[in-house]
Design a protein around this ligand. Structure first.
Ligand code: ADP
Ligand code: MG
Length: 323
């Protein structure tokens, strides 16, 4: 007989005993009870992954479980918040135990590693979709926002950009990758690493931050708009993997500028804070690269190695209702 809703929750999504400080009551009652440390603010964010829209049906369930939580942890990272707890709303077309076991395993491994507790959710029949809501803690005034960038600040990015898009294009058949490059790019797309430790280390150092989900151009535009500034970005400085660097220049350009699904942090810091940024990156164990500068005049200019402005026609960020 098929597993019932409550057996399913008990078997795969009840990970207690929940011992994390700040979680008073987890899965099983009408509400979870959270007790953030005294004086801390609660940072809250939610993200939905829908099959065919945010992930392909070919994704291994472990990686899907990882990614559904990772994209939400990435929002906490971008705010400099310490992960506390999350809920999971699941819509499932059918009960497949091997799928559920894999999904739960991938999610639980990342949750354990980042110290976040699964405290509740909802389970319903329907098209495959996962909605995660995360709760994090941050001291008042310490959250990294999109609105703090100032002229003269250096623009930084963590990790490498564009691999997730490279993998997507390989899946779509618009380009071909060697087996090992494909595996590496696919891992970047299916199993992004949320930069939680970096976000925490950048408290008090970064003046603004955002996580890169829709591509650098689109996400940087959010910082520029909220901070009422402009930016110059050095195209050649944008960090990319060796296999992306082996692609034709137009492919590299669209992947690093408008790829989407990178889940790296894009942030600004005063020029004099360069050593502090490197120290934060070292503490977090994540490489960071200076890629540009914030300017007073509105607008975003991307410059090539000769200082010539790069035409950005057709390279907008990823927008679900446009592309
Ligand atoms: P209610 O009817 O009160 O909304 P439910 O029957 O939906 O409660 O869920 C029972 C318990 O299981 C609740 O504590 C709920 O938070 C939890 N829960 C339901 N689905 C999930 C899930 N996918 N992951 C984790 N907890 C879940
Ligand atoms: Mg419910």
């Amino acid at each position: 007989m098929a597993l019932g809703e409550f057996q399913l929750i008990a078997r795969y999504f009840t990970w207690s005993p929940e011992t994390r400080t700040g979680v008073v009551l987890g899965v099983g009652d009408d509400c979870a009870l959270l007790a953030p440390a005294p004086g801390q603010q609660l940072a809250v964010s939610t993200d939905t992954l829908v099959e065919g829209r945010h992930f392909l049906s070919t994704v291994p369930p472990e990686r899907l479980g990882h990614k559904a939580l990772a994209v939400n942890l990435s929002d906490l990272a971008a705010c400099g918040a310490q992960p506390l707890a999350f809920t999971l709303a699941l819509s499932l077309p059918r009960v497949e135990e091997a799928f559920l076991a894999g999904l739960a395993r991938g999610m639980q491994a990342l949750a354990q590693r980042t110290g976040i507790a699964l405290v509740g959710g909802d389970t319903t029949a329907g098209p495959l979709a996962l909605t995660v809501t995360v709760f994090g803690e941050v001291p008042p005034g310490a959250a990294l926002l999109r609105s703090g960038a100032a002229p003269g600040d250096t623009l930084w990015v963590s990790g490498a950009l564009g691999d997730a898009r490279l993998a997507l294009e390989a899946f779509r058949g618009t380009l071909r990758l060697e087996a090992c490059a494909f595996e590496a790019a696919r891992r970047a797309m299916e199993q992004p690493e949320p930069r939680v430790a970096l976000g925490l280390a950048l408290r008090g150092v970064a003046t603004s931050a955002i996580d890169l989900s829709d591509g650098l151009l689109g996400d940087l535009a959010h910082i520029l708009e909220r901070s009422r500034v402009g930016a110059q970005v050095q195209l050649d400085a944008l960090p990319r993997s060796a296999h992306l660097a082996a692609q034709p220049e137009p492919v590299q350009r669209s992947c690093v500028l408008a790829g989407g699904d990178d889940y790296e942090l894009l942030f600004t810091a005063p020029a004099h804070a360069q050593a502090a940024v490197h120290a934060a990156a070292q503490r977090a164990g994540v490489p960071v690269t200076a890629v540009g500068v914030i300017v007073a005049d509105a607008g975003l200019r991307v410059l090539d190695a000769c200082g010539q402005e790069v035409a950005l026609g057709g390279l907008a960020g990823f927008d679900h209702f446009v592309s």
